[in-house]
Design a protein around this ligand. Structure first.
Ligand code: KG4
Ligand code: ZN
Length: 340
């Protein structure tokens, strides 16, 4: 089954074709990073126009790269949230028009569910597993029971993990997005240079605002020429230690044999290395899965994969229509089978 995926939830316009949820035939992404850099974050109105400018051409290009016509596509999957509503609508409207014109099934995908599915791409991963989802908007530990059933067992109480990377990146004078740029700066730093606090919250929950404030206070006290690489490395060390500790203890408590990481922060190489080390010292056989680097940050391949796994779930397309007409009425709860 070939699914065309469309993703426009934030600052990446992406279109992909994936076969049977795992085989990526083509994944084309146009990033808007350069357009948002001067604002230090995503500017929704610019994001919307940038998506509109490229979406039709990108759909055409993707089909042509795959040497396929829309008639040869079995279903269309599109991100319906969470994300910037005006950006989401650009992709949703195109998906709906194409589904109607070519008489294809339209599948609405929760973006976070999409990130989990990025782990099925070009991999043989099968549920059950424990997933750490760390993106720019969310930090969650999810008990994935089957391809479509899961339970969120931990979440952030304030800032998301990627958001914390972005904010500290800004504080260090790095350009948007802070996460990958902070990782580059941290390469030349000493991760033990500064002792930073760890939030005391419930075992699977997260809180990054105290850490953010501690870094801010520290910078205010340090001389102007303080070693930024050391601070970046110490921050990264603190956050990745917390993430790894929590996912490892969730896996242990749930007696899970597989841990999985997803979302933009999953691209962080220190985090990836530490997760591999958990495998080495877990004692019991434990498999660690991570998406290919190109599928960690936002992409349509993960949305097309989600479409495949959600193909038999019932969705209320009328609700999707309401969402298209009145963005404020979006309630992911109404999409019964995608409750993330
Ligand atoms: O999943 P994603 O592309 O978008 C959302 O759904 O939010 O995640 C983007 C987030 C940003 O906050 C970005 O700074 C962070 O992921 N990120 C990283 C790295 N690459 C992206 N954080 C740390 N290290 C990285 N290498
Ligand atoms: Zn994302």
């Amino acid at each position: 089954m070939k699914v065309l995926g469309i993703e426009t939830s934030c600052d990446e316009t992406s279109v992909a074709i994936v076969e049977d949820g795992r085989k990526v035939i083509i994944n084309n992404t146009i990033s808007q990073i350069e357009l948002h850099k001067e604002f230090g974050g995503v500017k929704p109105s610019i994001a919307k126009f940038a998506h509109e400018e490229v979406i039709d051409g990108l759909i055409e290009q993707t089909l042509s790269d795959a040497k396929l016509s829309l008639n040869q596509i079995d279903a269309i999957a599109v991100t319906i949230g969470p994300g910037l509503i005006i950006s989401l609508l650009v992709g949703f409207k195109r998906a709906k028009e194409l589904a109607k014109k070519y008489d294809k099934k339209l599948i609405g995908v929760n973006h976070l569910f999409g990130h989990i599915c990025s782990n099925y791409l070009e991999s043989d991963l099968e549920p059950p597993f424990i997933c750490l989802l760390a993106s720019g908007g969310h930090t969650q530990i999810i008990d994935v029971k089957t391809y479509t059933e899961y339970e969120i067992i931990g979440t952030t109480l304030d800032d998301a993990c990627g958001e914390a990377f972005d904010k500290i990146g800004r504080l260090l004078g790095l350009s948007y997005p802070g996460g990958p740029n902070l990782e580059i700066l941290a390469k030349n730093g000493n991760p033990d240079a500064f002792k930073l606090p760890e939030a005391k919250v419930r075992p699977y929950d997260f809180s990054f605002s105290g850490l953010k404030t501690a870094v801010l206070r520290l910078v205010q006290k340090l001389p102007e020429n303080y070693n930024k690489a050391d601070l970046a490395a110490s921050f990264q060390e603190n956050v990745t230690n917390t993430l790894v500790k929590k996912i490892a203890s969730a896996a242990k408590d749930k007696n899970s044999k597989k841990i999985v990481v997803a979302g933009g922060v999953a691209a962080n190489k220190t985090l990836r290395k530490k997760l591999q080390e958990v495998r080495a010292c877990h004692g019991k056989p434990l498999q660690v899965f991570m998406p290919n680097l190109k599928y960690c940050t936002d992409n349509a391949a993960m949305i097309a994969s989600s479409g495949y796994f959600l193909k038999d779930t019932s969705q209320d397309i009328e609700m999707l229509d309401v969402f298209a007409k009145d963005p404020s009425s979006i309630k992911l709860k109404t999409l019964s089978k995608i409750p993330l």
